[in-house]
Write a protein of this length. Structure first.
Length: 186
């Protein structure tokens, strides 16, 4: 006798729906706030100052107050010098009483000549005073930059997927006998 085996594999069916995700985003709101730097420049233009008071005084061009003081000093010195001379001559005359007129002639002879000493010099003796004023003053105030950000968070919509698994075809195993003969082996 023969055996006839019929076999059929089972089949699985799968139905699924894909998961869906929808993401919507907008750009962040950004605001840039700037304050520009500022620079302030103050210029005091240079000036040259020349004081020729002493140099002019050396060559004879004095201011009124200085001239008055000098003339007063010279006048006082001249008067004192004259008083000294007269006193000296009087003392000489008193010591030489009885010498006669020769002493008076000697005194007259000494007073008749100017015994000044002359010298050559460059004037003015004092150079003028020179100084400078002025300059630049720079004041800097730094600027700044500020960034303000308001984020827009994403909007997310999510639908989960579905998976459905089922048995689409049953497995089959069928065994049949064919023929009429039976072999027996003993």
């Amino acid at each position: 006798m023969d055996l006839k085996i019929t076999q059929q594999f089972g089949q699985i069916g799968i139905n699924y729906a894909q998961a869906r995700m929808d993401i919507r985003t907008g750009q962040a709101d950004m605001q840039l706030i700037t304050a520009p730097p500022e620079m302030e420049i103050k210029i005091d233009y240079p000036r040259v100052h020349i004081d020729q008071t002493q140099a002019l005084a050396d060559i004879g061009y004095k201011k009124v107050i200085a001239l008055e003081a000098e003339q007063a000093h010279e006048g006082q010195a001249t008067v004192l010098s004259g008083i000294e001379r007269v006193a000296r001559e009087g003392d000489s005359l008193a010591r030489s009483a009885g010498r006669g007129t020769a002493l008076i002639a000697d005194i007259a002879w000494q007073n008749s000549f100017d015994n000044r000493d002359y010298n050559v010099a460059a004037i003015p003796h004092t150079p003028p005073k020179i100084w400078f004023t002025g300059g630049i003053n720079i004041n800097v105030r730094p600027g700044n930059v500020r960034l303000q950000v308001n984020p827009n968070f994403p909007e997310i919509k999510f639908a989960p997927g579905k998976v459905n698994i089922y048995l689409e075809q049953e497995p089959l195993l069928k065994i049949e006998t064919t023929g009429t003969y039976l072999d027996l082996v003993i």
